[in-house]
Design a protein around this ligand. Sequence first.
Ligand code: NAD
Ligand code: TYD
Length: 350
Amino acid sequence: MKTILITGGAGFIGSHVIRLFVNKYPDYKIVNLDKLTYAGNLNNLKDIENMPNYEFVKGDIVDEKFIQELFEERQFDGVIHLAAESHVDRSISNPTEFVFTNVIGTVNLLNSAKHVWKDNFDGKKFYHISTDEVYGSLGDEGMFTEETGYDPHSPYSASKASSDHFVRAYLDTFGLPTVISNCSNNYGSFQFPEKLIPLFIHNIKNNKPLPVYGKGENIRDWLWVADHARAIDTIYHDGKIGETYNIGGFNEWTNIALIKVMCQKMDEKLGREKGKSEKLITYVKDRAGHDLRYAIDATKIKNELGWEPSLQFEEGIEKTIDWYLENEEWLDNVTSGDYQKYYNEQYKER
Ligand code: NAD
Ligand code: TYD
């Protein structure tokens, strides 16, 4: 039986990856290591928590001794590393936390993998999950390929870029069998309502202002989260050691166009008069260092590994809105506690 460590499995993308692996691979033991920060929630995994091939371990990847002992005790065959501080706005108000988790935490995992695997890398893989934001910002033309140079602008993307460099350095220096993927913006169920799509669904439902940064002209490439989880499965099993794979939806939207689609759909679903939710749109002060456009060229993963997105955006956004409307309890749960404090602080001057 193979034992695979998945870090950050109680978060948004991690919970979809855990669900996929636990259901699809009964012969793998899946260990979910998560600190359960504000973004980690075991309710995201209720449906699989009692599966015999699943185990949750609460812990912090920044804790070097704990990580070292965990690796020695469990002798993992593979690592899929998703744990991170992931929200750009939080990285602007508290960059240091991003250095600890995203950089030091990743280096701790690399050191422990190197230590326990030292003489035998056969069949082992350290798979690091990264973001398209490391490539910086595009103008009107072009897309990010695997060859695009790194040019991060936010403390979040700088910390992810740094962790990517460490992963490649451990491959080049120590021969650690690593692979990296860089994905575009994900959307779907179980995303913490600080990110654009779940935040705006929550606000539209509650008739609260929709804080659009700047002119709403920034462009993001949106991918259905379950498609990202499928890509991670494909890369973990078939991706070549030392390679990088870009993952994206070929699905670019300006923020304002996306927000208007969400408003229209929610008017219908909530039985509101047409155009009512759009009135909640409020243009606020722009995010500092706000990247204009992200767009992923996902040709390599399609040609080499046969992965492509399965879901069209129209269907995905419908499903996403329905999920948040049907899972009020989940939303209430994650927006209790510190959420209100964060929200007031983040949007007070906007
Ligand atoms: P998330 O914030 O929803 O979840 C992060 C998880 O990591 C949480 O469960 C949290 O408790 C855990 N965690 C945080 N610090 C930890 C620590 N020190 N030790 C152990 N666990 C810790 O994030 P997400 O959106 O699911 O993103 C997951 C990964 O995918 C991240 O590495 C992120 O950079 C990357 N990514 C995200 C997107 C996106 O659109 N959300 C796109 C591309 C790449
Ligand atoms: P976000 O979901 O934070 O993802 P990222 O910044 O990592 O791409 O934001 C997506 C886009 O939406 C980004 O251009 C910033 C914008 N945005 C707003 O206009 N208002 C908001 O309140 C938030 C959270 C984001």
